[in-house]
Design a protein around this ligand. Sequence first.
Ligand code: DGT
Ligand code: CA
Ligand code: CA
Ligand code: ZN
Length: 574
Amino acid sequence: MGTILEVQGENPFRCRAYHNAARALLELPADLTEMIADGGLAEVPGIGETMHAKIVQLATTGSLPAFDKLRAQTPPGLLALLRVPGIGPKKIKALNEALDVRSLADLRAAAESGRIAKVKGFGAKTEANILEGIGFLEAVGGRILQHEARALAAPILEFVRGRPGVVRAEVCGSLRRREETIGDVDVVFSSATPAAVLDEFVALPGVAKTLGHGKTKASVLLPGFKTDQFVQCDVRGVADDQYAFALHYFTGSKAHNIAMRKRALARGLSLNEYALTAVDDDSKRIACRDEAELFQALGLEYVPPELRQDSGEFEAAEAGTLPKLVELGDLAGAFHCHSDWSDGEATLKEMAEGARALGLEYLGIADHSKSLAMARGLTVDRVRDQWRAIDALNAEYAGAFRVFKGTECDVLADGSLDYPDDVLEGFDYVVASVHSRFKMSRAEMTDRIVKAVSHPRVTMLGHATGRLLLSRAAYEVDLDAVIQAAAEHGTMIEINASPHRLDMDAVHCRRARKKGVTIVINPDAHSVAGLGDLDYGVSVARRAWLTRDDVFNTLPVAAAARRLEALRERGERL
Ligand code: DGT
Ligand code: CA
Ligand code: CA
Ligand code: ZN
């Protein structure tokens, strides 16, 4: 409401009242509903009587007529202009009045025709800035995938760490929490003279545009991965004794931070991005050298970044029951990989050697099944040829490495499998995946996948929802019903570790684990390099609170082979 009022040219004090109230709400020490009930909200500085009434109305009824009225008065395209770098509410108001600009398209047309330069208070330079801003806005906006963000962050981190006077530096934000997709890249470092580092940083040749540049923070745009795509990068520098607080704060998540600050307040402490101090006396500082000490100061075990979501980590860290999360180094092998027998790039041997080079003891090859013609799915004859090839390779390894015979078997539209049972019987394991007919109803798709995971020959479910991050939505399916069926039939569910998929997601993996489903981290590698994607799968497993024991492919080769054999026998009994 404050922003809309600004665009409308309302008196600055009235606008500020809304902004202040919004900030106060974001930082409330307790739950809003509780604070309304016990009258605490009225005591919060920054929330006056009228504001209080509006907040209560919005919180209790879910709507606020005063807001709806304001919105109705504002052309919808006008507020979108606020996202253009270099233009704020005042300029928007001026352009709206002088040139009737109501949308991004209007703004662009006005700038391109030179009309903005002639408006009082504007000029050719502002006009050029606005055009540039529109261009960047159209190019930014999107989120990027984890591997892309890593590629952008690595050279920056290396640069910052290499500056004289820099003590410590780390990636923070969603990338450190290892979220599925990343909005912008955040880096924090410590130095007695951060400004000098930031001056050098914004001057790097890779920086496309500087959005902001101060003594402790710089925001820039970096060229992204698509044509004309740009990605924001925020770098912050603090004194080394502030580092633990800054690293924790800028790692987030926001929800975790809010809960953390609330916890500090309950102990008479005030926590912000620079320090932990006594509420009543900010000269009383509690020094923390690192995050572990910060958590300890609040009576908590160290919480790994992946768990910082305010989704149970505080209770567990207080009780000392945080799980020991699975690590990349715990993986002993991988399943669901492709070779050049179907749509992979590498030979069986090259894939096996790639896995050995990563320190793995075994690799499961699961090429596509016969119906998936576009991925050169294997006919039954080719399957038998491949088995012989794998037997020969295993003979060559003589126990030094093991290749398992798998298949990524299509789940047909009716939930049946793409090979007959007597062929399925010959595989060491079967990954069942949906690759066709994505547009079924939710009920039909759920029945289809439940039928597949209930099939006695199916060892694991591949990419449970078929989503491609940032490009294709998941098909409609009731994952809880699928998880239930998998639990009943002892079928595993994979975390497809491709950074384009990360499917099943962490929320459902955590639920599946609670139901007793074993999770398997599969790279779905189509090349030797693709095996490296395992690490992204580990990030999902960690965000799902999984330990080594919850993940099938942490088992050493002999135990893994025994378990697969037991699952095959289950098939024979049924
Ligand atoms: P992203 O960039 O959308 O993928 O997600 P984040 O989590 O990296 O978000 P970002 O870059 O806006 O901010 C980095 C961290 O800074 C965020 O995770 C928590 C902290 N932070 C930012 N704004 C606020 C805020 O208003 N309140 C609190 N408590 N923390 C914030
Ligand atoms: Ca971020
Ligand atoms: Ca950021
Ligand atoms: Zn697949």
